[in-house]
Design a protein around this ligand. Structure first.
Ligand code: ZN
Length: 265
């Protein structure tokens, strides 16, 4: 099975359509790691297309805030994100609201891939925590048993590799001990990464953001995961950013949210 992995679309429908077109013919299933709405101008269209395409979707913190469920307070968001959440609430149809509400807020383990978990933020805190450093990744590897966990939320493509180094401690009848370490592996678009996993090597993978990348590359990000070859390939695709920006201007979303799309931040 070849899986198109998308995350953090943030109602940037133009970017989402560009990703789907770029990946056409290269996937058999779609997994979405959440934050379908928030920040961008086309929440209804984005929610409908994700629901139509995705085999698995988990809820993100912005989706949750738009639903106004207990547990996430929109006042904890920065003022621009908050403004976008309030605007999204005002335009989202009841049907699409129900759709967001149906996305699970706990990690999902697809039946096809029992060695893998999907979550928006982290295995430890599925909706809120940012896995942005090897230290935080290391703590999170202790919070799940599967070989691989896919996360979004940071809007930065990443691979964290956990390794258990076994060593004989002491002399003579010493004991076998294990110490776990985590590295943040370098990752370039279009490189095919072989996912070498075992009881001594596990991975946290982030496909980056479709609708609001934050790694200084404004192109939409997505990943293709081949479950037979066990490969992961990050892709970037240029999309008409000015079209999304004019849609944002038309509905008076904050200026800085419009401008940041140019910089990939
Ligand atoms: Zn997000």
């Amino acid at each position: 099975m070849r899986v198109l992995v998308i995350s953090d679309i943030h109602a940037n429908f133009v970017a989402l359509e560009s990703v789907i077109a770029d990946a056409r013919g290269q996937y058999d299933a779609v997994w979405c790691l959440g934050d379908v709405v928030g920040y961008g101008p086309m929440p209804n269209e984005s929610a409908e297309l994700v629901a139509e395409l995705a085999n698995h979707v988990v809820i993100g913190n912005h989706d949750w805030a738009v639903l106004d469920r207990p547990g996430i307070d929109v006042d904890d968001f920065n003022p621009m994100a908050r403004e976008a959440v309030l605007w999204t609430r005002s335009v989202l149809t009841a049907q699409n609201r129900a759709l967001l509400d149906s996305f699970p807020d706990i990690p999902v383990q697809p039946a096809e891939t029992p060695y893998l978990l999907l979550t928006h933020a982290s295995p430890r805190q599925p909706v809120w925590e940012y896995v942005q450093t090897p230290t935080i990744a290391l703590e999170n590897f202790a919070c799940f048993d599967e070989k691989i966990c896919l996360v979004g939320h940071t809007h930065k493509p990443a691979i964290y590799r956990w390794r258990l180094e076994r060593a004989w401690e002491g002399v003579g009848n010493g004991e076998m001990t294990g110490a776990a370490t985590v590295d943040h592996l370098p990752l370039r678009a279009e490189d095919v990464v072989f996912l070498d996993v075992s009881t001594e090597q596990r991975l946290i993978l982030n496909p980056g953001s479709v609708g609001q990348p934050r790694d200084n590359d404004p192109r939409a990000a997505y990943a293709l995961f081949d479950t037979e070859q066990m490969t992961w390939t990050l892709h970037r695709v240029a999309y008409p950013i000015d079209l999304t920006q004019s849609q944002m201007r038309a509905v008076h979303l904050p200026r800085r949210l419009i401008d940041r799309l140019n910089y990939g931040w």
